[in-house]
Design a protein around this ligand. Structure first.
Ligand SMILES: Nc1nc2c(ncn2[C@@H]2O[C@H](COP(=O)(O)OP(=O)(O)O)[C@@H](O)[C@H]2O)c(=O)[nH]1
Ligand SMILES: Nc1ncnc2c1ncn2[C@@H]1O[C@H](COP(=O)(O)OP(=O)(O)O)[C@@H](O)[C@H]1O
Length: 191
């Protein structure tokens, strides 16, 4: 099931909010500059330190909906009261160039990609426990109590979807999880 992706392959990384997806993906990109991470669009407000076009493309809801209507997203979903989507054109362009592409997206989006790109390699990142997940979301200090509650409710749902994924990775120790992710993605040290 977990055969490593070839170059130009699409990899989807999913997992509950606060599990460490962003942390793992940032480390992966530092170590493997050949990887290309899709920058999503969202209607949520920027967090302190997030810049437009780098972490997300921040859109109003009407602008986001116009892009949906125009077929501009490879996939999109609503999460915790906001819309999130993967701009289609840049992903397709990178795949044509043969570059390995990463999407860091939530469960509904992963399901859409499974239908449109059945060859995509899909990884679910899990926390060592639900209590640890809550500690990480709170420890990050970026979300309101309401946003935290919505993320925790959604997390319970996402964690039941394990069987849908090509691989499941527990992010307990960060270095170990990073190594395991590299192994799953078939990334050698020098990639
Ligand atoms: N479907 C979909 N989900 C996305 C996209 N971009 C980000 N997400 C997911 O939306 C959720 C919320 O992201 P964010 O607001 O940055 O919060 P965080 O995960 O708590 O840091 C996370 O599960 C992301 O993986 C996207 O383009 N499409
Ligand atoms: N293996 C780990 N052990 C302890 N804390 C972690 C680990 N991985 C990530 N974290 C911390 O958990 C918090 C949430 O991580 P983040 O990458 O923002 O999650 P996500 O992108 O999945 O929402 C951050 O404060 C991060 O530093």
């Amino acid at each position: 099931m977990d055969s490593p992706p070839s170059s130009g392959r699409l990899t989807v990384i999913t997992g509950p909010s606060g599990v460490g997806k962003g942390t793992l993906v940032a480390l992966l990109l530092q170590r493997h500059p050949a990887l290309w991470l899709s920058v999503s669009a969202t209607t949520r407000s920027p967090r302190p330190g997030e810049s437009d076009g780098q972490h997300y493309v921040f859109l109003t809801r009407p602008d986001f909906e116009a892009r949906v209507a125009g077929g501009g997203f490879l996939e999109w979903a609503e999460f915790a009261g906001h819309l999130y989507g993967t701009p289609r054109a840049p992903v397709e362009a990178q795949l044509v160039l043969g570059r390995p592409v990463l999407l860091e997206i939530e469960l509904e989006g992963a399901r859409q990609v499974r239908r449109t790109f059945p060859a995509a390699f899909q990884v679910l990142i899990k926390p060592p426990s639900f209590e640890e997940l809550e500690r990480r979301i709170r420890g990050r200090g970026t979300d309101s109590e309401e946003a935290i509650q919505r993320r925790l409710a959604r997390a319970r749902e996402e964690l039941t979807a394990e069987a849908e994924f090509d691989a499941v990775l527990v992010n307990a120790d960060l270095d170990m999880a990073l190594q395991e992710l590299e192994r799953l993605l078939g990334l050698a040290d020098a990639d």
